[in-house]
Design a protein around this ligand. Sequence first.
Ligand code: NAP
Length: 487
Amino acid sequence: MLEQKLNDLSLLKHAGFINGQWINDKNGKTFEVFNPAVGEVIANVADLGAKETLHAIEAAQAAFEKWKVMPAKQRSSLLRRWFDLVIENQEDLALIMTFEQGKVISESRGEVVYGASYIEWFAEEAKRIYGDVLPNTTADRRSLVIKQPVGVVGAITPWNFPNAMITRKVAPALAAGCTIVLKPASETPLSALALAQLADRAGIPAGVFNVVVGTDAKAIGAELTSNPTVKKITFTGSTVVGKLLMEQSAKTVKKTSMELGGNAPVLIFEDADLDKAIEGALVAKFRNAGQTCICANRILVQDSIYEEFISRFTARVSEFVLGDGVSSESTMGPLITRKAVAGVVSLVNDAMSQGAKICIGGSVADNGDYFFQPTVLRDMNTSMRLAKEEVFGPVAPVFKFSTEKEAVAMANDTEFGLAAYMYTKDHSRIWRVGEALEYGMVGINETAISSEMIPFGGVKESGQGREGSKYGLEDYLEIKYLCLGDI
Ligand code: NAP
């Protein structure tokens, strides 16, 4: 039982958080939150919809009037206090995450710290929102640029990083002086509500950070995207939903930031340090049981080292221990839903029907029907669905290439452009390939590339805008030009 494991039971919330109040559905409607490791219901959460979303938007607009004029230093202190509370409650937040999402507890602990790092970073950046004084065009004029918060922000987040995908949006929005209405994924509402509870405890005023939990994503999304009070939509999730939200937001010309799907290639050249390449590919593929947007979706290996890579990589994959994430022995948890497992099965079957061979794994695991075995597939070709679609599961398809030119062409042969990785010791190749890869982020001899200090985001159909770093704040700010005449 989750309740018995928590130090602070008040972090376990079952209602939406609007205007500083915990809000239930008027008719008591709730939805179930599952622990995918055991397939059991762990909570019933208020099932809110469009009406409550409207209420939250109005509360956020009212709060915006005060929040935007609060001195940056004061906003910064409140964010800093929120950061401290998240860190103090790391273990409880990690437990809530593992129970509702399934990732192993060590990864959940890591995500809480990673998520908190965005709050810390943007607490600091809140004090560095500078304008400009421009050179004059005429002697009697002065031209200035100031930066102002965009206004009320609507945020929609996925289940795979139930904490960090939220802090990456809420922290820069609040630092910029915006207020926000968040709709978290309905698989993982508890992590979002715990964050709201801590923000409230930190003293962030009512209405500044609102959370609408509910299963009618279409209706909540429609209100957020059509309401003219909302000035920006920030979304992390699938490309198909991202496109829909952009379309809906166009009617009121909202700013949008989109962190969408990926199809990350890992290019391993024959001059690579193979030990490092194997470990890097392992981390990039199997973190969160393969359910991350920057997961290695395609491993491309030069033909001269293909066999050695396959046998050594497969040996490392055989060491994973599948199980309930709360057990310290487990090194990989379940997938989020049965539907997700069915999706992985279908992609593996498609590859096998076109000639792929299984080196290890390949089926649903004995641990229960939410678990899929860590899998390595060889003899892949580019007409298989696994070459084009995000697998979102623990399946590593290994492709073969002969030349650098072929590797780059294969890597870029996708509508996605989020993250790519390469392993090589050749410095001129690093530049050539680094510049040729059509991706927002490129890891070179490294696959753990994310942090609060770097601009995370993609190109092509992987999205627009960046999260984290100094660039992450710009997405929540408008530029205003002031022209002073008659000097
Ligand atoms: P998803 O189906 O797009 O859902 C994401 C969020 O959108 C959830 O909150 C969902 O609500 C909501 N939603 C679904 N349909 C909607 C609609 N019609 N209108 C408004 N909101 C709607 O994506 P997912 O399967 O949960 O997440 C996995 C995807 O996220 C992958 O493609 C992954 O690559 C991507 N991702 C990208 C990044 C990045 O930074 N680029 C990071 C993490 C994940 P419900 O939960 O209530 O359905």
